[in-house]
Design a protein around this ligand. Structure first.
Ligand code: HEM
Length: 361
């Protein structure tokens, strides 16, 4: 994914951002609402088997849900469960290999790092992703998916579209970004909800008033304000992307520390959101608290020209998922304490989030 939006820089990055960003912007997303809602609906039907059991781990369940949403919105059909799992497993190996290769770069070259398996993983990713793209392109009748939108678009400035290789890189980026990070955010939201029955009650009241028993539409999103507030507060207390690395382009003075050009600086979002200056009760789950007017006080999607282009996508997915869960279920806690945060690629709940799931009558 060296040339994908998330990894590239300079002219390549600008071109890809100009092409990809409008496709996952709010207006275009309206066309994806139905695909998203049906994918979430199917995932939640399968939760029924776990209703009224003593515990249900929502973390793996959200992996399934976000994978379903991704395959439908990207390719128009799916779930492609087997293919997606194959790609994600191969990606996991390649990311770990790259990390190992960087850390152990000073070791002699004969030390086995698993290069053969790395090359095999890349071939596996290529084969599967190119096949899924081809299937998506031949998906007669369903043309409102992201692959079709990306293929149809050209850059206003250069009149160029994405090449086959760029499209493959973007699909991999969207798979990586849209799967694990979103799944973790939703699991954290459920962790907070089970520990705050008053918030759960307000969520129930909102969905009962706005939706009743029917499936949500794009126009309902504006009315489901509390669901969105729950999501924002979750991302504030548990920012799924927990660090923003930047390379200093010139010598800088940061917090009275000298940072020479070329040095990597890392902003820890957790520390920004929990800063004692940023509210009376930092760390306490308060969906209703007024938005902080200070520019760098809330950054779950980053800031500036490299900020998240999937923000509208994930806010829509998260808002719909939380509202549809609240429509059907009451979640209660199975432990007195919140899950332990674990730092990995995304901020994960260690061991998942176990809840008791009761079907609402
Ligand atoms: C809860 C979910 C998500 C969170 C918290 C999140 C957060 C972030 C953050 C903080 C950045 C900026 C990284 C930086 O500045 O170094 C970022 C970049 C990015 N995100 Fe997300 N993201 C989420 C979901 C998504 C989704 C669903 C997509 C795609 C559908 C996506 C696509 C991207 C891309 C392509 C970039 C790189 C943009 C660039 O470099 O120009 N993200 N994300």
């Amino acid at each position: 994914m060296n040339n994908s939006l998330v990894m590239s820089g300079g002219i390549d990055w600008m071109k890809q951002r100009r092409i990809v960003r409008p496709q996952i912007h709010r207006q275009r997303l309206a066309m994806l609402t139905e695909l998203m809602v049906h994918a979430i609906d199917e995932a939640l039907v399968s939760w029924e088997r776990s209703a009224d059991l003593s515990t249900f781990n929502v973390a793996p369940a959200f992996n399934e849900l976000t994978l379903k949403v991704l395959s439908r919105t990207l390719f128009g059909k799916g779930p492609y469960k087997e293919e997606m799992n194959k790609v994600l497993k191969a990606l996991d190996y390649t990311m770990n290999y790259i990390l190992r290769a960087i850390i152990l770069s000073s070791w002699p070259s004969w030390v086995p790092l698993g290069r053969k398996k790395f090359e095999k993983s890349i071939r596996q990713i290529d084969e599967t992703v190119y096949q899924m793209i081809a299937d998506g392109c031949n998906n007669n009748g369903a043309e409102n998916h992201l692959i079709a939108m990306l293929l149809d678009t050209v850059d206003d400035e250069t009149s160029e579209g994405l090449t086959e290789q760029e499209l493959r890189d973007e699909v991999i980026t969207l798979l990586l970004a849209g799967f694990e990070i979103c799944s973790n955010a939703l699991a954290w939201a459920c962790d907070f909800l089970t520990h705050r029955p008053d918030v759960m009650e307000k969520l129930h009241a909102e969905v009962d008033a706005v939706l009743g028993d029917r499936l949500p539409t794009f126009n309902d999103l504006m009315k489901l304000r509390y669901s969105r507030m729950v999501l924002h507060e979750t991302l504030s207390l548990r920012p799924s992307v927990w660090q923003l690395p930047r390379i200093a382009t010139q010598d800088e003075e940061v917090d009275r520390q000298h940072s020479p050009a070329g040095m990597t600086l890392i902003s820890m979002l957790h520390a920004c959101h929990y800063h004692p200056d940023e509210g009376q009760n930092p760390g306490c789950f308060q969906p209703e608290k007024p938005a902080n007017p200070r520019k760098f006080a809330y950054l779950p999607f980053g800031i500036g020209e490299r900020s998240c282009i999937g923000k509208d996508f994930v806010l829509m997915e998260g808002q719909l998922a939380l509202a549809m869960i609240a429509q059907r279920y009451t979640l209660t806690k199975t432990s007195e304490s919140l899950a332990q945060p674990q730092l990995f690629f995304a901020l994960q709940p260690k061991g998942g989030v176990r809840v008791k799931l009761e079907k609402r009558s």
